[in-house]
Design a binder for this molecule. Sequence first.
Ligand code: ATP
Length: 218
Amino acid sequence: MKKQFVVIGLGRFGSSICKELFKLGHDVMAIDSSPERVDAIRNFASHAAVANATDEMSLRELGVRNFEHAVVAIGDNLQTSVLCTLMLKEIGIPIVWVKAKDLQHQMILEKVGADRVIQPEREMGIRIAHHMDSEKVIDYIDLSEDYSIIELVASKKLHGQTLLELDIRAKYKCTVLAIKRGETVNVAPMPEDGIELKDILVVMGHRNDLKRFEEKGI
Ligand code: ATP
């Protein structure tokens, strides 16, 4: 479904979000105070405008209030990103996601109403560490402090066995949410579904149980 997004701040983070959302077929408005940055994004956004992120009047004139989801990607300037977030929430944008540079910045943004705060370098660092820790881990999402979803590559050990035979839930207290095989994704795996070598298993569980499964079960 086509959605409306506004991306404010077109550094590496903001511009890649903008380009990707546009590529996915969404309506994206890109805003930055730098005319060069705005020019550079023109072919990769539905609308691109030069404006100051803290100038409420300009944002209103651009029709920002009609957007359902905004991303504030001005990590380096705490004051600007906090003010802009506050303004966007006051204008009435339902979902505002903001880039933060550190924990202190994150805490302030949460206080002023950011719906999600992202620390790209920190989050990417954690993901990369998980890849480095185990070659089997392809991706990793934290659900809470204790629970995560990870993507693991099936080894020979699992090849030819069904989920029922593997009994992962009983043995490791982990749930297989989906099985990816090439372009095909089985999002409702049944007990009789078999696993093949190099299948990617999307597994949810407590991080200790996931670690156990990753080390001994797969
Ligand atoms: P990264 O590339 O990692 O995303 P960056 O260093 O390019 O980071 P920042 O310096 O945080 O990112 O700035 C992001 C963008 O925000 C820049 O393009 C800058 O022109 C824009 N920007 C900064 N202040 C404002 C403002 N008040 N209004 C609009 N855009 C702004």
